[in-house]
Design a protein around this ligand. Structure first.
Ligand SMILES: NC(=O)C1=CN([C@@H]2O[C@H](COP(=O)(O)OP(=O)(O)OC[C@H]3O[C@@H](n4cnc5c(N)ncnc54)[C@H](O)[C@@H]3O)[C@@H](O)[C@H]2O)C=CC1
Ligand SMILES: NCC(=O)COP(=O)(O)O
Length: 355
C-alpha cells in the first residue's frame, strides 16, 4: 500500500521536483547523522532537490567519526562531499553529546538561514533536523521550539503542530494535532480556550482538505480531565466550555464529524487498533485533537516513534521534522535510526507535490 502511494506521488512530482532546505539542527546531537543516513536513500532523493544547511567541516568530521564506529556501513551514509551544502561554519567548539550555547547558536543560525531563503522563494519547504530548546536558551534565544521561530519569521499568528504517522501494518494514517504545545502542565487548563480551539480546528480542517484531500473529516477531540470530567465531578472544563464549544463548532461545520470530548484514557484505543489492523480503519478518525503535548505525543511515539513526522501547519510553506529530538545520549555512536528523518523528507515531497 505504502509503495503504491509513493509511486503515484513520484509520478505527480516528476514535473514538480520539490526544492527542500534541510538545516542539520544541533551539531552536538544526532541531526547530522540522520541527515547523512537519510540522504543516502536514493529512493527519496531522486524525487527532490535538497540543500543541506550546516557546517561543511562539521559534517565531514561527523562522517569521518562515524566511519570509525563498529557498525559503520558505507552504503548507509552519503559522503558530505557529494551534497549541496550551504556552508555556515561553527563559531565555537562543539562537544558531541552536549548541547550548549555554541551548538544552540549554530542550530538557530541554520534554521534562520533556511527560513529566510524559503521566504525569498529559493525553497518550497524546510525539513528540520532536531534542535535542543535548552541550547537555544543558552545562546540567548528564548523560543519554545522551532515552530514558533518559523511562525514568527513567516508572520503568521495561527499555526499548529500536527504529527503524522503511517502504519506499516495497515497503511492507516494517524494524524494528531496538539492544541497546546511547549508549556508547563500547570498552565494547560488556563491556556485552553474556545478561541484557541477554534483556531486549531480551522487549521486542522484546512490542512486535511488541502494536504490530504479529506473534505468531510471525522475528527476526535479529547477531554481534559479523567473521564472527561464525569459530569463535573472530576473537573469542570468540559461542562464549562468544551462541550458548548463543540456544539457550536458542529453547527458551524456541518460537513465535519466532530466527536468528543472523548475521555483521554480511551481516546487512543481505536487509533491503536487501526494502526495494527485489528479494526476496519474507517472506524477510526481522520485526525485527533489532543489538548496538550503529552496527551497527544505519548500515543504517537508509542505507536510510531520510528516513523512519525512533525509538521507545522498554517505556514506559507511546508515544514516537516522527525518526531524525535537531539538524542544527545547516542550522538556520535552511529546507532541513530534515520527512519523518521526519511519520513519527514518523504512527507515534505508529497505535500509540496499536492500543493
Ligand atoms: N523537532 C525537534 O527539534 C525536537 C527536539 N527535541 C529536543 O531534543 C532534546 C532531547 O529530548 P529528549 O526528550 O531526550 O528526546 P529524544 O527524542 O532526543 O530522545 C529520547 C530517547 O529516544 C532515543 N532516540 C531519539 N531519536 C532516536 C533515533 N533517531 N534513533 C534511535 N534512538 C533515538 C534517544 O537516544 C533517547 O533515549 C531536547 O532538548 C528537546 O527539546 C525533542 C523533540 C523534537
Ligand atoms: N515535542 C515536539 C517538539 O519538540 C518539536 O518542536 P519544534 O522544534 O518542532 O517546535
Amino acid at each position: 500500500m505504502y509503495s503504491l502511494e509513493r509511486s503515484h506521488l513520484a509520478t505527480s512530482s516528476k514535473t514538480i521536483r520539490p526544492r527542500l532546505a534541510v538545516p542539520v539542527g544541533d551539531p552536538a546531537g544526532i541531526g547530522s547523522e540522520v541527515v547523512l543516513k537519510a540522504l543516502a536513500d536514493t529512493e527519496i532523493t531522486q524525487d527532490c532537490d535538497i540543500t543541506v544547511i550546516g557546517s561543511r567541516s562539521h559534517l565531514n568530521e561527523t562522517y569521518q567519526h562515524l566511519q570509525n564506529q563498529p557498525n559503520f556501513t558505507a552504503q548507509n551514509y552519503v559522503n558530505p562531499n557529494e551534497l549541496p551544502i550551504k556552508d555556515i561554519d561553527l563559531q565555537s567548539h562543539i562537544t558531541i553529546g552536549t548541547g550548549n550555547a555554541g551548538s544552540g547558536e549554530a542550530s538557530f543560525t541554520y534554521l534562520e538561514n533556511a527560513i529566510a531563503r524559503t521566504l525569498a522563494g529559493e525553497f518550497d519547504g524546510i525539513v528540520t533536523a532536531p534542535i535542543a530548546k535548552s541550547a537555544w536558551k543558552a545562546a540567548g534565544y528564548n523560543y519554545p521550539g522551532q515552530t514558533e521561530l518559523l511562525a514568527q519569521k513567516a508572520g503568521v499568528e495561527k499555526f499548529g503542530m500536527l504529527f503524522f504517522g503511517k502504519s506499516p501494518h495497515s497503511a492507516w494514517t494517524l494524524r494528531t494535532l496538539l492544541a497546546t504545545t511547549h508549556i508547563p502542565l500547570r498552565q494547560v487548563a488556563d491556556a485552553l480556550t474556545p478561541q484557541l480551539m477554534t483556531a486549531k480546528l480551522d487549521l486542522l480542517v484546512e490542512c486535511l482538505e488541502r494536504d490530504f484531500g479529506i473534505k468531510q473529516p471525522r475528527i476526535a477531540i479529547a477531554g481534559l480531565n479523567p473521564h472527561s470530567g464525569e459530569q463535573g465531578q472530576l473537573g469542570t472544563e468540559e461542562q464549562d466550555w468544551l462541550i458548548p464549544w463543540l456544539e457550536q463548532e458542529r453547527d458551524r461545520r456541518p460537513q465535519a464529524i466532530l466527536d468528543g470530548p472523548i475521555p483521554p484514557d480511551t481516546m487512543w484505543v481505536k487509533p491503536s487498533q487501526a494502526w495494527y489492523g485489528a479494526i476496519d480503519p474507517t472506524k477510526a478518525h481522520d485526525a485527533y485533537l489532543a489538548l496538550y503535548h503529552d496527551q497527544g505525543l505519548i500515543p504517537v511515539k508509542q505507536l510510531a516513534f520510528d516513523r512519525a513526522v512533525n509538521t507545522s501547519i498554517g505556514l506559507p510553506f511546508i515544514r516537516t521534522s522527525p518526531d524525535h529530538g537531539t538524542a544527545f545520549d547516542i550522538a556520535g555512536l552511529g546507532i541513530a535510526d534515520p527512519s523518521s528523518m526519511k519520513a519527514a523528507i518523504q512527507l515534505a515531497i508529497e505535500m509540496v507535490a499536492r500543493r
